[in-house]
Design a protein around this ligand. Structure first.
Ligand SMILES: [Zn+2]
Length: 346
């Protein structure tokens, strides 16, 4: 598992180079036909052992949410905008890294002494402080358009729990690397490490058209909101809306904003999990979309499904996931690759 390396690499949408480099090194001895398309997607083939099986595309996205430099204040503070979906309210006080040189900065905030009554945080009112005391000093260090990422270390919190940034979707990338590093499967795997998912599922659209698979899977990191609902009675343990729970196994999407999962494919995944004693959960929250939303529509269309790792606090510098969930997710993907046939899809 190369999750630590992938989590600490910086790859805000449209600038996935560092992640691509790590993945290429990890897969090059295990696949053929490696290509980097004009968008920056990595595509490759892991040849199967059985000619009469469906060709299975598996996608994981390399990009992460972040920010971009948009300007400078006269005093040397940096103006910035979001790249992908970010909750402005979590930003004040966070450490960030800017551009290829990873210039360190902190998102400024108004100290509590001066700010007791303000309830609204808007990114347009925030700035990044890089220690520059004039516009020229700031310009000398960072450029307009530079990507900005959370400054976050990967940490083992316990034997089974890890913390880090960008688990959405470096955990999917790490799982896909593990899938590829194993012995061949009966099916051909059409591999896609995609770009620009967080800004509109763009890389996957191109990769799916190129690869033209019979069936497609997206491996994702998804929201485990199994924490107290602030609006609920604090003494009632059941009063929350978990979406999915960390520690309860891979989440299988029934429907989201981008796709309704092909019912036979969903049933196949559920049966595969049950037959192999792998815990799983169903995800029905309609917000959010994944690369599967593009893959199932590309060309003449095809069945697609999403297999997700529950992660708490995604789209923040400190997401948390369970290594037990990781192993169960890997088991489910590998079992599916061994058992899927054209019969399942008809
Ligand atoms: Zn994602």
């Amino acid at each position: 598992m190369i999750l630590k390396e992938l989590s600490e690499a910086i790859g805000v949408s449209g600038k996935e180079d560092a992640v691509r480099k790590i993945i290429l090194a990890a897969i090059q001895d295990h696949v053929t036909d490696i290509r980097i398309d004009p968008m920056g997607n990595i595509t490759a083939l892991k040849q199967g052992t059985d000619k009469n099986r469906p060709r299975v595309m598996i996608a994981a996205h390399m990009d992460e949410i972040g920010f971009m430099v948009t300007g400078y204040d006269n005093g040397g503070l940096i103006r910035f905008a979001a790249v992908g979906g970010v909750d402005d309210r979590i930003l004040p006080g966070l450490r960030v890294k800017i551009g290829d040189d990873q210039i360190p900065g902190v998102i400024l905030w108004t100290p509590i002494h001066l700010n007791r009554d303000s309830k609204v945080v808007k990114i347009s009112n925030l700035r990044i402080d890089i220690g520059a005391n004039s516009k020229d000093a700031a310009k000398a260090k960072v450029n307009i358009g530079d990507r900005i990422a959370f400054d976050s270390e990967f940490v083992e919190l316990s034997e089974t729990t890890v913390r880090g940034k960008a688990f959405d979707d470096r955990v999917g990338c790490s799982l896909l690397v593990d899938v590829l590093q194993a012995e061949p499967y009966p099916v051909d795997i059409l591999v896609a490490f995609t770009v620009q998912e967080e800004v509109g599922l763009r890389g996957a659209q191109v990769a799916a058209q190129t690869l033209n698979p019979d069936v497609a899977f997206a491996l994702e990191g998804t929201t485990a909101h199994d924490i107290p609902n602030p609006a609920a009675d604090p003494d009632d343990d059941d009063e929350h809306n978990p979406t999915c729970r960390m520690g309860s196994g891979p989440a299988l999407t029934v429907m989201d904003r981008s796709m309704i999962t092909h019912p036979r494919l969903l049933r196949f995944l559920r049966e595969t999990a049950e037959q192999n004693n792998i815990p799983y959960q169903l995800k029905t929250q309609l917000g959010g979309g994944t690369d599967a939303g593009q893959m199932h529509l590309a060309g003449a269309g095809r069945p697609a499904a999403v297999i997700s790792m529950p992660c708490r606090y995604i789209h923040s510098p400190a997401a948390i996931l369970s290594k037990v969930d990781y192993q169960n997710t890997l088991k489910l993907i590998q079992a599916a690759l061994h058992h899927i046939t054209f019969e399942v899809l008809r």
